[in-house]
Design a protein around this ligand. Sequence first.
Ligand code: ZN
Length: 374
Amino acid sequence: MKYCKKCLMPDTRPGLKFDDDGVCYACINFEKQKHTDWEERWKQLEKLCDKYRGCNGDGYDCAIAVSGGKDSHFQTYVMKEKLGMNPVLLSVGNIEWTETGWKNINNLSDSFGCDIIMFHPNVNVARKMFKKAFEKLGSPTWYMDYLMYAYPVRMSMQLGVKLLVYGEDINYTYGGTYDKETPSAMLQPLNDVAKPVWDIWFEDNEISKKDLEAIKQPSIEDCKKFGLDPIYLSYFVPWNSVHNYEVSKKYGFRHLEHEYKREGSLDNYDQIDNIPYLLNPYLKYPKYGHSVATDNASRWIRYGLKTREEMIPLIEETDGKLDQGIVDKFCEFTRMSHREFWVIMDKWYNKELFEQDRDGVWHPKFKVGTGLVK
Ligand SMILES: [Zn+2]
């Protein structure tokens, strides 16, 4: 296990590459942003918007895939306020919202004056799939992740809207099979943020193919035939999550702190619209030895807001903590006992990174920022 010399990302993160000097590509690509000609990129975006503005008469010019979070506010602000587009917002709803998350998605519509078309997931299928995906993949929200890829594409095509706007290109930032910097988000579903497994769900006949039809991604050929133009906004405007948060606040976005103080996280404004889905990012900890605190800390180091030394003790204190509310809500939804939950959790610990004591408690064999010490 090796850590980036600049930030605190470990090489255990799937897809993350390092250069010969031991610097990760998230840092390298962030540095590149500083030399990007953003004025030129902005002109490209303006040109693209000119092409689509008014293409549906008084109907929608473009669609934006949103969750209601800070980045959704930023995307809508850029497309509607700055570029004068008439967007429709496409969203996959949560099964259970935090009060803050629900206020934020309503605010997104109210503050910018946009229609939202929301897909409410099949609760019964989601319940089965959350449990199965936790057991089989260690990725409990696989069903939702797939849906979030599939739904905006499918809905855009049904609405006859060709320009579909996404936020950040995660694969360019952190690496993936298709990690070239590109304005087009066409190949996004092929990157395995949600693992492309399919047949394992039907093995015990609890789930049928019809149950999963809604989460199926239309083929790239069908998208091309339709003329879909999916883009990453992060190609055209500098992407900085702290900056996006500051902008979103000016349009009424609220953080979670007034409702809920969560463990295992350094911020209170990212992924706050539901509690149990946070189990997914937490699972990176037993699998790869880092979780959301490392992600956050590394971003803040890149942005020049914090130093590596400052963040090491904070990550050590935070990353391994799984919020009790996440476990409670996840168990309640999947109708699983806590005992059953922890048996499955044990399965996902990487024995190269953790060791279990005689009572079954896991301890890291690594030191944050250094690597394996045992
Ligand atoms: Zn780095």
